[in-house]
Design a protein around this ligand. Structure first.
Ligand SMILES: [Cu+2]
Length: 165
């Protein structure tokens, strides 16, 4: 009697441990994902899409050297920059992530460019992006797809009207 009860308790404890270990926080080495979102494709036959992943590095300096995704043929790391009044996208890999520093991707800045989409990015679905770090190795990130103009949950009103150029 007692022995079988102990077995049941042990089994329950093991199950609880497995559940606790399978927490959703994506972590590769010391690099942690703090935010991730993608933008839905504006048209069904869109060839490219953008995803934004923000990272926190709790360890030594590392570098984001590449990315790939089952959602597209290739993934490029870009930076949007205004050159002579025109928004341009510049290849930005490798991207330094300083020791105990952060890397923020956002519209108008760094982003992951999904080139050759296998299908349109659909709002309220989730895509996978695999980030490749020089030291931390590979990190699979679940990226929720927001609206066509998704901006994560940031409230970015600060710079409006200030020092136009
Ligand atoms: Cu781009």
């Amino acid at each position: 009697m007692d022995r079988s009860l102990t077995r049941v308790m042990t089994a329950l404890l093991l199950m609880l441990t497995v559940v606790a270990l399978a927490s959703p926080a994506a972590l590769a080495g010391n690099v942690m994902v703090t935010k991730a979102f993608a933008r839905a494709s504006p048209t069904p036959n869109a060839a490219a899409g953008a995803a934004y992943v923000s990272l926190m590095n709790h360890g030594e300096a590392d570098r984001l050297i590449g990315a790939r995704s089952p959602a597209s043929t290739t993934v490029e790391i870009h930076k949007s920059e205004v050159v002579d009044g025109i928004m341009k996208m510049i290849p930005a890999a490798p991207l330094d992530i300083p020791m105990h520093g952060a890397l923020e991707m956002k519209p108008g800045g760094y982003h992951l460019m999904l080139m050759g989409l296998n299908g349109p990015l659909v709002k309220d679905t989730v895509i996978e992006v695999i980030l490749i770090f020089e030291k931390a190795g590979e990190l699979t990130v679940k990226v929720p797809v927001g609206g066509v103009a998704a901006k994560a949950d940031t409230h970015d009103h600060g710079s409006a009207g200030a020092s136009g150029g």
